[in-house]
Design a protein around this ligand. Structure first.
Ligand code: PLP
Length: 364
């Protein structure tokens, strides 16, 4: 990224030599991102991040389809990047079906088939969930979409760089990614778009990114995304990170009473979502922050009121259970000592908070 700032500062659309250096950097990164996703470089469009990629995919695909009546199938556990885009489509008169998940957090592909209508134009289903790490059966859902001739988008922001992705064998038409989820810089993203699919652009301007995303490209951010994609593609750390996550999860469940793992089955290697009976998730976030650990609740905090996570509610948790859940994310810089120290901190914080909690009668 620093190299690109220094030596590729020219506009990649300029034909002079400096411009061509920037163009070269851009195209190199396009190839690196394509290799991560298992597609051709020309099928990669750069954006300002995952939100823009998903918006462009969902809004662009639906708005470009002809017809008065249009129907979209998506899921109740999507990130707001997709849910809010679908809400916008509903305001534009599009019918949207939101499919639920089972108690493990997993979608049933057959539900997509059952919901297909003659005017269904898009299926949008995330690859991996950002709160639980649960990986969805997108290949099966993609096959159903393909058979029905329906465009299929997957929000791959939490999957790309964490689990192997081959957009072709997944049967997808559109796939969104965000650089900072695989150690790129924030504010850079991309999406894969299959062959002849045309999208209604969100922005109107020049002809950059095959006119799908006008505006001068963020060359340093894109260069960083390309380099990060190359490292992520080697997947050297996935096994080690999954082992750390499993160690953390098993030790917390063992040490602390009343802990349940939210999200079962195939998951991304870095994530675990744990429910602590009788403890407010926010209180636990603060208690762990004071002990030097950064964890998060999946919930969005708006106007001072913490809303229970829509993902956990969709899995059948009560609002109270959802609010007592925390997401722990591990990464390349973590090691076993840190995990063990985190377990100690969680045990101490849980005991302390439960002593203060009148609702938790059986503190262990
Ligand atoms: N989709 C998912 C599943 C995410 O987890 C995120 C970010 O956390 C996004 C989309 C949005 O990505 P960005 O923050 O790059 O806009």
């Amino acid at each position: 990224m620093q190299e690109a700032v220094k030596s590729c500062w020219a506009n990649p659309s300029s034909i002079h030599r400096d411009g061509q250096m920037a163009r070269h950097q851009l195209e190199k990164a396009r190839g690196q991102v394509a290799a991560l996703l298992g597609c051709a470089a020309k099928q990669v469009v750069f954006t300002s991040g995952g939100t823009e990629a998903a918006n462009l995919a969902v809004l662009g695909a639906v708005r470009s389809r002809p017809g008065e009546r249009k129907h979209v199938i998506t899921t109740a556990v999507e990130h707001p990047a997709v849910l809010s885009a679908c809400a916008q489509l509903e305001r534009e008169g599009v019918e949207v079906t939101y499919l639920g998940v089972d108690s493990r957090g997993v979608l049933d592909p057959e539900m997509f088939r059952r919901q297909l209508r003659p005017h269904t134009v898009l299926i949008s289903c995330m690859h991996a969930n950002n709160e639980t790490g649960v990986v969805q059966p997108v290949a099966e859902i993609g096959a159903i979409a393909r058979e029905a001739g329906v465009v299929m988008h997957s929000d791959g922001v939490q999957a790309a760089g964490k689990i192997p992705v081959q957009v072709d064998s997944l049967g997808l038409d559109l796939y969104s990614v965000s650089a900072h989820k695989f150690y790129g810089a924030k504010g850079s993203g991309a999406f894969f778009v299959r062959g002849k699919l045309t999208l209604d652009a969100l922005f109107h301007g020049g002809r950059q990114e095959q006119a799908q995303r006008p505006g001068t490209e963020n060359v340093p951010g894109i260069a960083a995304m390309g380099a990060a994609a190359e490292v992520a593609r080697k997947a050297e750390e996935a096994g080690r990170i999954a082992a750390l996550r499993d160690r953390l999860e098993a030790a917390i469940v063992d040490r602390v009473a009343g802990v349940t793992v939210n999200g079962v089955g195939e998951r991304t290697p870095n994530t675990t979502n744990l429910r602590f009976d009788g403890i407010e998730g926010e209180a636990m976030v603060i208690a762990l922050d004071l002990r030097g650990f950064a964890v998060s609740t999946g919930a969005a905090c708006s106007s001072g009121a913490v809303k229970p996570s829509h993902v956990l509610l969709a899995m059948g948790l009560t609002a109270e259970q959802a609010k007592s859940s925390l997401r722990f994310s591990l990464g390349r810089s973590n090691d076993e000592q840190q995990v063990d120290a985190l377990v100690e901190a969680v045990a101490a914080a849980a005991a302390h908070l439960r002593r203060l909690s009148p609702s938790y009668a059986h503190a262990g």
